[in-house]
Write a protein that binds this ligand. Structure first.
Ligand SMILES: Nc1ncnc2c1ncn2[C@@H]1O[C@H](COP(=O)(O)OP(=O)(O)OP(=O)(O)O)[C@@H](O)[C@H]1O
Length: 252
């Protein structure tokens, strides 16, 4: 379980997060949704200790981020941010091996090589494995970055808009792979999504955020309602149902 307790965060004089308190269940896909500027990325940065914890507490299972050793944290939580700079003169398989760094500390073992190969196959990256990152398209680069995060093999993954640049096939493939990882390997995947229907189709739990606060937590069918969409995005929608899950149609 991820326990987020009373997290407030200021940047300069502006308060970005207001007493965020939420418990997120393990071994699930948890979609974090909300309008632009709601504080989703800021919350992720605080959780992954990329920004200092100003108040409150975050625990990934038994690990409290305030006291957790850096190497332990890097084996516990992996995060894909929105602003990813990658070194173009690296080949894809070399970048994936970077994801294994917390384990090999610069000296990869056969186990690390096997893990990288497994992820290359799982994410259908064989045709790209020898390519330099500088030669990849935006969507290909995004797929490789996500694969690197998965190579880190942490029980908790924080993915900030991973579907950016992905076409319909690769977006669906990724969401299915993440669901498989969460259910068969008990990984807890928290994923910021702007595509509400991806959240509706794949999430086990949906968390909504607005103005630096958590508004609701629950199953997609309970949270993704006409009223919630109006409150969050000021958009009028029709909510249909497909195989027991909501489908949101913008009806403006
Ligand atoms: N470095 C910064 N300096 C000042 N304000 C910032 C900074 N970083 C973020 N903010 C502000 O904090 C608020 C929350 O931003 P954040 O990136 O966390 O939102 P978000 O929910 O991830 O948005 P989006 O969906 O647009 O990615 C926004 O109002 C943003 O302008």
């Amino acid at each position: 379980m991820i326990k987020i307790d009373n997290i407030s965060h200021h940047i300069g004089k502006q308060q970005i997060l207001h007493d965020v308190t939420v418990s997120l269940p393990s071994a699930q896909i948890i979609a974090l949704i909300g309008p632009n500027g709601a504080g989703k990325s800021t919350l992720f940065s605080v959780m992954a200790r990329l920004q200092p914890l100003q108040s409150g507490q975050v625990c990934f299972g038994e690990h409290d981020i305030a006291s957790c050793h850096a190497r332990t944290l890097s084996k516990t939580v992996a995060m894909l941010g929105q602003d990813n700079q990658v070194q173009g003169r690296l080949r894809v398989h070399e970048l994936l091996m970077f994801g294994r760094y917390p384990y090999h500390q610069g000296q990869p073992t056969t186990n690390d090589q096997q893990k990288v190969q497994e992820i290359i196959e799982r994410f259908e990256l064989e045709p790209l494995a020898e390519r330099f990152l500088s030669t990849l398209s935006g969507g290909q680069r995004q797929r490789v970055l996500i694969a690197m995060i998965v190579c880190q093999d942490t029980p908790y993954l924080l993915l900030d808009e991973p579907l950016n640049n992905l076409d319909m096939y690769h977006a669906g493939r990724l969401m299915r792979e993440l669901r498989e990882l969460s259910h068969s390997q008990q990984k807890t995947v928290v994923i910021v999504l702007h595509d509400i229907n991806q959240a509706a189709q794949f999430a086990d739990t949906v968390v909504t955020m607005k103005s630096g606060q958590v508004m609701a937590v629950g199953k997609p069918a309970d949270v993704l309602t006409k009223e919630t969409m109006k409150e969050l995005y000021n958009v009028d929608v029709t909510v249909l149902s497909h195989q027991g899950r909501p489908v949101i149609v913008d009806t403006v």
